[in-house]
Design a protein around this ligand. Structure first.
Ligand code: FMN
Length: 165
């Protein structure tokens, strides 16, 4: 049977949405049905066999839309295979080593019995919202640290695990 997978994301500046789209594209290539949607727009998850949730990191916390999504759908999520990802570091660290989930997310992982979590590099570029974002960019500390090869590899791993049941 083809698994129907939701990839929900919380984003402020759009870069986590692009990661979610890349994950959904790999899942489709691997034979799943998959769609990427803003976490705040999802009314229910009971139509899906499995869920991936991603959030950008802001001031040491997972994006609020992603946090709310886990809370709102906790009963259905606890009943389904669940994978989580974060996107944040504006340096190559996420490609060099495993970066654990922020504490609130670690607790949610345990509560919901999530299969796995990964941190991908982040992205902050010209046009980003907010005073601090603009300051980071002005100071030359922005850039795109997303490693799409690693993202695609991780998504293929999710598809293979789903295949195994
Ligand atoms: C105000 C602000 C705070 C941030 N805080 C963190 C943080 O605590 N940890 C981290 O790894 N990245 C942090 N970042 C980097 C973002 O997580 C990164 O730009 C991410 O890709 C944003 O995702 P989005 O484009 O989906 O909103 C911060 C960026 C901004 C602008």
């Amino acid at each position: 049977m083809t698994a129907n997978v939701l990839v929900a994301y919380g984003t402020t500046n759009g870069s986590t949405a692009e990661i979610a789209e890349a994950v959904a594209a790999v899942l489709r290539k691997e034979g799943c049905t998959a769609e990427a949607l803003p976490a705040a727009s999802v009314a229910r998850v009971t139509d899906y066999d499995a869920v991936v949730v991603g959030g950008g990191l802001y001031a040491g916390r997972w994006h609020k839309d992603a946090r709310r999504f886990l809370r709102r759908h906790r009963t259905a999520l606890a009943d389904r295979p669940l994978w989580l990802f974060s996107s944040g570091p504006l340096d190559p660290s996420a490609s060099e080593r495993d970066i654990p989930p922020v504490p609130g997310l670690r607790r949610a992982m345990t509560r919901l019995d999530a299969r796995a979590h990964v941190t991908f590099g982040g992205c902050l570029q010209e046009g980003a919202k907010g005073r601090i974002a603009k300051m980071i960019i002005r100071n030359g500390k922005g850039g795109d640290f997303r490693d799409f090869g690693r993202i695609e590899e991780w998504a293929a791993g999710v598809a293979h695990e789903l295949d195994r049941g």
